[in-house]
Design a protein around this ligand. Structure first.
Ligand code: F6P
Length: 336
């Protein structure tokens, strides 16, 4: 017999991403629309352990769809990684009478959710968990897209367009480090979008002569006097890249680390819309009683996948995009 879901929790965990609020809003409003009570857990898993919660009604998410950050706050919890920490979290779930939790975050968030659900089952407690992928890194295996990526790309592009102005005036080389943890998606999208001279990503082994020096040389021979090198943080420090450029060809690059600025700001249409659809599907999946799920996108469609299987999935980095960049940056008159 299907279990009726009466009350759920929603939380955001790990690094924040623009669009998380739109996802929370969608979860809250879809739950209420389906006669399910919704409790906001503040500060992620850490908050679940501490019993840090807030009741969410439809008005509690008014005017949040346009806001960056997360109204529920976020944290990374070491204690939750261990069974005793999860038992404390389960005590909160029981006290609140939660039938399910929607966890918005990245890979670590989902692994924590699955561990919690399994531990609950061992204790005879049916607690279902649903994951919504939100990270600017776009590095979650089971989903083509993660909430926040588009906004972060646009933020980085806006910053680099500004850098381009001053680099052009001074005829300089700019080395810009973008986030992405171990993945190069952000760097590559941004690099293509700003017409970078070179983009360095962790998915491609670095050959400094081929990937940096030769590109700058070609651009110079084509008549350019300023160069934009985009470096994914997973490759290493942009300062080291800048120094190496200086040591090898004598030009004096300026280094910019965009850092956490990429995590903020009002979410773009793509992030608001995707987050809204994912939040809606997360609650609908809970009402369908189909176990632990991750809501992802595949070719623009929102899909829900078995959480255990989804966590085994790997994303193949699309090297065709790198080829696009290579082709465009090797034209005789590159953009930068
Ligand atoms: O996962 C998102 C992300 O912004 C990564 O791109 C980056 O490596 C990391 O989080 C930074 O984490 P923190 O907020 O702990 O500095």
């Amino acid at each position: 017999m299907e279990k009726q879901v009466k009350r759920i929790g929603v939380l955001t965990s790990g690094g924040d991403a623009p669009g998380m609020n739109a996802a929370v809003r969608a979860v809250v409003r879809t739950a209420i629309g389906n006669h399910i009570e919704c409790i906001g857990i503040r500060r992620g898993w850490h908050g679940l352990i501490a019993g840090d919660f807030v009741r969410m009604d439809a008005d509690s998410v008014n005017h949040t769809i346009n806001k960056g950050g997360t109204i529920l706050y976020t944290a990374r919890s070491g204690e939750f990684l261990e069974p005793p920490g999860r038992d404390k979290a389960l005590a909160t779930c029981k006290l609140l009478g939660l039938d399910g939790i929607v966890a918005i975050g990245g890979d670590g968030t989902f692994r924590g959710a699955l561990a919690l659900s399994r531990q609950a089952a061992e204790r005879g407690y049916d607690l279902r968990v649903i994951g919504i992928p939100a990270t600017i890194d776009n590095d979650i295996g089971c989903s083509h897209y993660t909430i926040g990526f588009d906004t972060a790309c646009n933020t980085a592009i806006e910053c680099i367009d500004k850098l381009r102005d001053t680099m052009q005036s001074h005829e300089r080389c700019s080395v810009v480090e973008v986030m992405g943890r171990h993945a190069g998606y952000l760097a590559l999208y941004v690099g293509i979008s700003v017409g970078a001279t070179a983009v360095l990503i962790p998915e491609r082994e670095l050959d400094f002569e081929r990937d940096v020096i030769e590109k700058i040389r070609k651009a110079r021979l084509a008549g350019n006097t300023h160069y934009m090198i985009v470096v994914a943080e997973g490759v290493g420090s942009a300062f080291d890249i800048g120094k190496r450029i200086h040591d090898e060809i004598g030009i004096d690059p300026r280094v910019t680390v965009l850092g956490h600025i990429q995590r903020g700001g009002s979410p773009t249409a793509r992030d608001r819309e995707t987050a809204s659809r994912m939040g809606y599907e997360a609650v609908m999946a809970l009402t369908r009683d189909c176990g632990n799920r991750i809501i992802g996108t595949q070719d623009g469609r929102v899909v829900d996948l078995d959480m255990e299987e989804a966590l085994q999935m790997h994303k193949t980095f699309n090297m065709d995009r790198y080829q696009v960049l290579e082709t465009l940056s090797n034209l005789s008159t590159p953009d930068l």
